[in-house]
Design a protein around this ligand. Sequence first.
Ligand SMILES: Cc1ncc(COP(=O)(O)O)c(C=O)c1O
Length: 373
Amino acid sequence: MKGKPVITPVHLTATYDFDSSDDLIDVVQNHSGYIYSRWDNPSVVAVEAALAKLEGYEHALGFSSGMAAITTAVLANIATGSRIVATRQIYGGTFEFFNDVLPKLHVEAVFVNCWDTDKLRQEISQGCDIFYLESPTNPMLRVVDIAPLVQAGHAQGAVVMLDSTFASPVNQHPANWDVDVVIHSGTKYIGGHHDITAGFVCCNQAQYERIWDYRKILGGVMDPMTAFLAQRGLQTLDLRLGRQNENAQKVAEFLAVHPKVKSVNYPGLTDHPDYAIARRQMAGFGGMLSFEVDADFEQTKLFMDSLKKIKLATSLGGVTSLANQPITNTHVGLSPENRAKAGVSESLVRLSVGIEDVRLLIEDLEQALTAVA
Ligand SMILES: Cc1ncc(COP(=O)(O)O)c(C=O)c1O
């Protein structure tokens, strides 16, 4: 039959049939084809290749969630007694993994504020197997000065990992700074429609072999249907992010002068503490922002409940705008002390700005703020 599919189909198969034992042995020994879908699947390989190209890395690996990507990549790079230096302002689940799980494996994680570059360098110099960064940060939108920190990590022989989820592959290009392992929760901008949970890492050949092995063992591989949807998401990523960057800037500017808003965290505002870094480092300021309502917990809840168009939901990065109160969900697992250190107050609202008509979003925020006493 002539002609081939324009889009890689969903290869719903768990296993693969061989004409001979020699063929099977060749695939197992030389990684030259498919044998079992926990190892590799054509739909997953297709989206991995597309993302690797976009991020400028030799390889990408698909996972069942962002957390599967993070835990697998980290576990593939530690041994008993390893030391991790991480920025304190990281996703709540990542913090819990480092703080609650890794000590059981006798792995120490040290957390340092992401803006305190002197302290970060000092901690790295005391021994560092993995240097773990996230930028922009969740939920306070701090922007880390990545390039010099990557150099500091490499000088100490650390594997440098960066969670680039909030930036997406459109707004930030970690390959430019030689980051070893780039992480994305594919659930967010790459999927883009709030319909998949997915994760990715992008890396070079040596890391690929290491992380691929651990993915095979731990089993958190991406499924073929998710891979298909992630690939569809990649096709509109640039368009969506362009609109989300624009919308978020307008929403941030509206909130910044609203009398019932105490503060706004958006790197595209000139008074943001990391505005200069963001301008230099990012191709766009992104679709994420957070802000503090000038009210207590109950009144902030009332604001949330008064939103009509913007959905009250966790997660981020899709075409539909979502609002959440980090203290009630994404950061609920943190102790009050760690929550305070992360900047998560009772009146903090995180907003993931979608691609809707921005006038309708601002109208919705305006009417919900009216409800606040
Ligand atoms: C920055 C960041 N990294 C990682 C994750 C985890 O991704 P997933 O929910 O796909 O496991 C999230 C989830 O919100 C996130 O915001």
